[in-house]
Write a protein that binds this ligand. Structure first.
Ligand SMILES: Nc1nc2c(ncn2[C@@H]2O[C@H](COP(=O)(O)OP(=O)(O)O)[C@@H](O)[C@H]2O)c(=O)[nH]1
Ligand SMILES: [Mg+2]
Length: 565
């Protein structure tokens, strides 16, 4: 009971009991980080990705190992007294102490408590294992550290590279570091830079021990301690604390043991370490992602559609649609005398390979369907100027969408906005061919056509009548009385009137046809605009939007993974 109280007081001072870090929390963060790596693939820096992958793999492996054990490592430079402290804490001469050099290259483990830790030590790849049994230590000391796995690490500054590599490997895996230093070496800049500053970036638990305190007078020890505290502050260690110990006369070892027991009793040092690894990996990656994404709603505006329309030859088509309408108006409602000549001229749309399809009837296969299956229209290919305009507009789209994003994302956006080669041209051609250029024939065509026929018949009747009269006169047959309207005889009125009114009607229908042609052109222009806008959305805007969506998912996942518990 008393031990718990000491433990929890120390724990809250150190922030150990703060926040709900649990296995579930770190697993959720690992999942968020995994999702960020997926959505950000290709746009995140390789170093950061590697670090995140390592943290994810470590989280998976560590959380799989059952039990609430805490792995604490004694780390530091040669001769600081790691092995001596290890033996004092374990109550047995387990680790080899200094005299013989070089020291061993592999860590030694001491395990407190009955719970099996072989899976954990296998994962740590620590071979030398020692179970701390009750007889070695007073009962209360064993209980206090129940659940502890203490490691004596190879020296940070070992002459042998493999020792240093092994020490670094262990530092990545353990839950808590105890940095053991001594009055001679505590200020070694290399150690501070390479380890302490690096570790302070984690908010995983770090304890600093100033060993060999027995070598100093109390005044010198106090001065040395405050100097070390200052250096730790410069390393970025928040709320640094230094425990002065002596492996020779055991002073301070009790305090160190309490400190360790507080961490062990918290049962969350392991998940805290994982949490801090995941968070710092996520924080590193977060700097490769912007805080927001641009909206594409205002980018897919008319400018892009206009240049695509020109490249698709739509002005030519619309011109043909207009002329087609006028031609047809003339064929159907024109003066019958000249109508046939016009019908012989080819239809403008036919010349473009765009003869009309039947629109808007479900289940009916239209000519445009057939055309889009059979292939391209015979529209002239886009001019170099039109093509350059498309390239410029797509680059602008990419630039605008990527402006606020980090380089890798901006590049991805630009790539997405510029589909390779003729793909876009084909898509535009298909869109044009899939658009119906037809609308219902206007009713007035039929009316005018009918009236023209009546007028033509009238003229024909009048002319025939005149011919009969001429023949009768030529044969000197007695004259038949020809009825008339006032002084004008009917045959003349019928033939002249029919021809003259027919001529006027054809003029009128041409004028009305011009208005109709403009309306038809407007109607088809709107349809083609929609078709081209659809191509712009599908081929240009959607791929860019995909990249922006990936960016958003990455950003949100990284925010979730880097959130403090
Ligand atoms: N005076 C004194 N000597 C110590 C203390 N701790 C360790 N030593 C001595 O320092 C030398 C190196 O100790 P060792 O535990 O092997 O250090 P390590 O290299 O960090 O593992 C040995 O000769 C120890 O006897 C201490 O607290 N006081
Ligand atoms: Mg040693």
């Amino acid at each position: 009971m008393g031990l718990r109280a000491v433990g929890s007081r120390a724990a809250s001072r150190d922030g150990l009991s703060a926040g709900g870090v649990s296995a579930e929390v770190v697993q959720a963060k690992a999942a968020a980080l995994t999702s960020a790596l997926q959505s950000g693939a290709g746009c995140l820096p390789a170093g950061g990705v590697e670090r995140a992958e390592a943290a994810i793999a470590k989280t998976a492996a560590r959380t799989l190992i059952a039990g609430g054990r805490t792995v604490v490592a004694l780390a530091g430079a040669t001769g600081s007294g790691k092995s001596s402290l290890f033996n004092v804490l374990a109550g047995a001469e387990i680790a080899q102490v200094g005299a013989r050099r070089p020291t061993t290259s592999t860590p030694t483990a001491a395990v407190w408590g009955s719970e099996s830790s072989s899976a954990l030590l296998d994962w740590l790849m620590v071979g030398a294992r020692h179970v701390v049994a009750a007889p070695e230590l007073p009962q209360h000391q064993t209980l206090e550290l129940d659940g502890l796995v203490l490691l004596d690490l190879p020296d940070f500054d070992s002459q042998a590279t493999e020792h240093r590599v092994e020490a670094d490997r262990m530092l990545d895996l353990v839950d808590v570091f105890i940095w053991v230093t001594d009055p001679q070496k505590y200020a070694d800049a290399r150690l501070h830079e390479a380890y302490i500053a690096k570790l302070s970036a984690h908010d995983a638990v770090t304890i600093t021990v100033l060993n060999q305190a027995d070598r100093l007078t109390p005044e010198a020890l106090a001065a040395c301690r405050s100097d070390l505290l200052r250096l730790l502050g410069e390393d970025g260690v928040v709320d640094a604390e230094v425990i002065a110990t002596s492996a020779k006369d055991d002073s301070g070892v009790g305090e160190l043991r309490h400190r360790i027991s507080a961490v062990v009793a918290g049962h969350n040092a392991a998940v805290r370490r994982l949490d801090s690894d995941l968070r710092s990996a996520a924080t590193v990656l977060r700097s490769a992602v912007a805080d927001s994404e641009p909206s594409l709603d205002d980018l897919a505006d008319t400018g892009l559609v206009d240049v695509l329309s020109r490249a698709a030859g739509i002005p030519v088509i619309l011109d043909a649609v207009e002329r087609d309408f006028r031609r047809e108006t003339a064929v159907i409602t024109g003066w019958p005398v000249t109508r046939w000549a016009r019908a012989l001229r080819p239809a403008p749309l036919k010349l473009l390979g765009l003869s009309k399809g039947v629109s808007g009837r479900p289940g009916v296969i239209s000519q445009s369907d057939v055309r889009s299956v059979l292939g391209r229209s015979s529209l002239p290919p886009p001019t170099p100027a039109a093509r350059a305009a498309v390239a410029l507009a797509t680059r602008e789209l990419g630039d605008q969408a990527g402006r606020e994003l980090p380089q890798a994302w901006a590049d991805a956006v630009t790539d997405a906005a510029m589909p390779p080669g003729g793909d876009l041209g084909d898509a535009l051609d298909q869109a044009v061919m899939g658009t119906s250029l037809r609308a219902r024939d206007p009713l007035w065509w039929t009316g005018f056509g009918f009236v023209q026929w009546i007028l033509a018949m009238t003229a024909a009747v009048g002319l025939s009548w005149l011919i009969v009269l001429m023949v009768l006169g030529w044969l000197r047959l007695p004259a038949v009385d020809t009825p008339g309207l006032g002084p004008l005889p009917y045959p003349f009125l019928l033939s002249a009137g029919g021809l003259f009114i027919g001529f006027l009607m054809s003029r009128l229908s041409r004028a009305v046809g011009r208005v109709g042609a403009r309306r038809r052109k407007g109607l088809v222009a709107a349809r083609l605009h929609d078709s081209v806008a659809q191509v712009a959305r599908d081929r240009l805007v959607a791929p860019v939007q995909d990249v922006l969506d990936r960016h958003r998912v990455t950003r949100e996942s990284l925010d979730a993974a880097s959130q403090p518990a």
